[in-house]
Design a protein around this ligand. Structure first.
Ligand code: SAM
Length: 293
């Protein structure tokens, strides 16, 4: 297999000029031009010769070349049609890469994992388009896709939100959802000059290792996430008011206050003080308050 040729500014510019490529802001196109960062991502993703890797948004194929050298097979899903002839060029000689020209949010990824990996857990690696980071990550977790890990470049603040615990300003629905499904670990911070064009924000590589079993048990997962969303929907409100005002929930003031009290918390507690285990207990209590009626 060929050694990766991309990942530095000169070769990236040469490819862009050859194809007169015009960056599409709407697709969040910031291409990596730093080989050290690429090496770090590949190492953190822990790709072996038996692995099937899904890459989201290959761009001109920079990281794809690295992934192809490490994995058994790579499927690279790219939305921008203008990049397909470029990818066919930069990835010629990498026989184990399949290019899919589609919006990743519309791809049946469970079927892809079945076809390419016999339904076994897959690894996802990407320098994500930042405008759809959350829907991509939540989609991967919620759509029953067999997953081993997700190693992705995201906006620095989003990486921090995924990793923090209760009582911090960044703690919220995303932290709880990610931590319910996976163990987050920030691998590296990456400055804007590692990309072309430079993004306006700082970036970070985060690895999310899927839990074999969620760290908490809850009777109704859907209800727990409704409770979590309601708790952070109105940050300056108390937990009780957040739950009472949620359009997704239909519990009386008394039921809500009794459920919060059962956690050993006062009525003025705010959502950002609760752990994942406490949200699970709260959802179970609310469920219980209706089971007899
Ligand atoms: N992986 C390349 C790199 O690191 O140089 C490019 C990363 S760039 C931040 C994000 C890539 O995702 C772009 O190539 C963009 O066209 C693509 N993209 C944006 N939205 C997408 C979507 N909904 N589905 C698939 N690819 C998408």
């Amino acid at each position: 297999m060929k050694q990766p040729s991309l990942g530095n500014p000169q070769n990236t510019i040469a490819v862009l000029q050859k194809y007169q490529f015009v960056f599409q802001k709407k697709f969040g196109q910031n291409f990596l031009i730093d080989t050290h960062v690429l090496d770090k991502i590949i190492r953190a993703a822990d790709i072996g010769p038996d692995d099937f890797v899904l890459e989201i948004g290959p761009g001109i194929g920079t990281m794809t070349q690295y992934l192809a050298c490490a994995a058994r097979k790579v499927a690279a899903v790219e939305i921008d049609r203008a990049l397909i002839p470029i990818l066919e060029d930069t990835l010629s000689g990498y026989e184990n890469v399949r290019i899919i020209n589609q919006d990743v949010l519309k791809v049946d990824l469970a079927a892809l994992a079945e076809e390419e990996n016999g339904g076994k857990p897959i690894k996802v690696v990407a320098n994500l388009p930042y405008y759809i980071t959350t829907p991509i990550i939540m989609g991967l977790f919620e759509k029953q896709i067999p997953l081993q890990s997700i190693t992705v470049m995201v906006q620095k603040e989003v990486a921090e939100r995924m990793q923090v615990g209760p009582g911090t300003k960044d703690y919220g629905a995303l932290s709880l959802a990610v931590q319910y499904y996976a163990e987050p670990y920030i691998v590296a911070y990456v400055p804007p000059n590692c990309f072309m064009p430079r993004p306006k924000v700082g970036s970070a590589v985060i690895r999310l290792t899927r839990h074999e079993k969620p760290p908490v048990e809850v009777k109704d997962e859907k209800l727990m996430f409704q409770v979590i969303r309601a708790s952070f929907g109105q940050r300056r409100k108390t937990l009780a008011n957040g739950l009472k005002n949620s359009p997704e929930l239909d519990y009386t003031k008394e039921e809500i206050e009794a459920a919060i009290l059962s956690l050993g918390k006062g009525a003025s507690i705010r959502g950002e003080a609760l752990t994942l285990a406490e949200f699970a207990a709260l959802a179970d209590q609310l469920l219980l308050s209706r089971s007899g009626s």
